[in-house]
Design a protein around this ligand. Structure first.
Ligand SMILES: C[S@@+](CC[C@H](N)C(=O)[O-])C[C@H]1O[C@@H](n2cnc3c(N)ncnc32)[C@H](O)[C@@H]1O
Length: 294
């Protein structure tokens, strides 16, 4: 006699019942109801508005199972962006997966300040470089802002460069030159008008690494030696070789690293050092200019 296999979650086969499972996410999410809506909308290929408009719509068992699998992953703390495979950044959407860091709002501030440094120069064929490009977020934003700019982007991870190339091609930024490199190693004495980076800056013993989905993100995208400053220190030092006179260096950093970053910039001969805060009032972006190239 064949065993009878129960249909997964056959007892809650309508949309309202499936959305009512948000309690399971309360331990890991600040927005469990929204998470459920996003995941179910993804599985059903419809909008959240459509879910809410049709609570009695029946959901077939195969789709219920897909939804249950995503909920189980979310319950383990996996970020929503990895489960959906995408993340909004400024006015576009990037494909993301576990090869790359999920772009953050602080990095939108970094792009905004980068564009301010370049304001009025949209028609110039400026050479710009994004170090540690990850999903390509920063480089793509710059390339989309002006077709005159020659944007290069590098990362030490070939896996993340694959995804960045895919994003650039999909988002009309196919002119970006992607290069595998440890910071500026592959760039010789090429000269840039501006170098921008959101490098890894979390100290290896920082307890935040165990929270908020960070265990799912690539460690080399998050952690830096020397209390989180190793990457920043290398970039500040190596950029001297590759910045034109008057060229800009912009860095994202941890909320408690602004003074250390400014000190490193000063020691390396940068001028016009300035910083900006995020919406929470935390120091997150520092810029400086290279008055005399190395
Ligand atoms: C914080 S993530 C930033 C990703 C992306 N730019 C963003 O803002 O969303 C840092 C990136 O730097 C890369 N990275 C780490 N060490 C590097 C190195 N030595 N040289 C080049 N890239 C490096 C990581 O692979 C990761 O993609």
């Amino acid at each position: 006699m064949r065993a009878v296999v129960a249909e997964p979650h056959a007892e809650a086969a309508d949309i309202a019942g499936l959305l009512a499972r948000s309690d399971a996410l309360r331990q890991v999410s600040d927005s469990p109801e929204l998470d459920c809506q996003l995941l179910l909308a993804e599985v059903l290929g419809c909008s959240r508005a459509s879910l809410l408009a049709h609570p009695a719509r029946r959901v077939e068992p195969a789709r219920q199972q897909q939804y249950a699998d995503l909920l189980a992953r979310r319950r383990q703390g996996e970020p929503i962006a990895y489960l959906l495979g995408r993340k909004g950044f400024l006015d576009f959407e990037l494909a993301v997966d576990r090869r790359v860091l999920i772009p953050r709002p602080e990095t939108e501030l970094l792009v905004e300040k980068t564009l301010e440094c370049l304001a009025g120069r949209e028609a110039e064929p400026l050479h710009l470089l994004d170090l540690g490009t990850g999903s390509g977020a920063i480089a793509i934003a710059l390339a989309r802002h002006s077709g005159s700019w020659q944007v290069a982007a590098s990362d030490c991870s070939e896996a993340s460069l694959e995804l960045a190339r895919h994003n650039a091609a999909n988002l009309g930024a196919g002119q970006i030159r992607f290069v595998q490199s440890s910071w500026l190693a592959a760039f010789g004495s090429r000269q840039f008008a501006l170098i921008v980076s959101n490098p890894p800056y979390i100290a290896a013993d920082d307890p935040h690494l165990q929270q908020d989905g960070l265990p799912f993100e690539p460690r080399q995208a998050l952690v830096a030696e020397q209390a989180g400053l190793a990457g920043i220190r290398d970039i500040i030092s190596q950029s001297r070789r590759c910045l034109q006179k008057g060229g800009w260096l912009l860095l994202e950093h941890g909320f408690d690293q602004a003074a250390a970053v400014a000190a490193l910039l000063m020691e390396s001969g940068y001028t016009e050092i300035r910083g900006w805060q995020d919406l929470a009032g935390l120091d997150r972006v520092t810029a400086a200019r290279m008055s005399t190239p190395e």
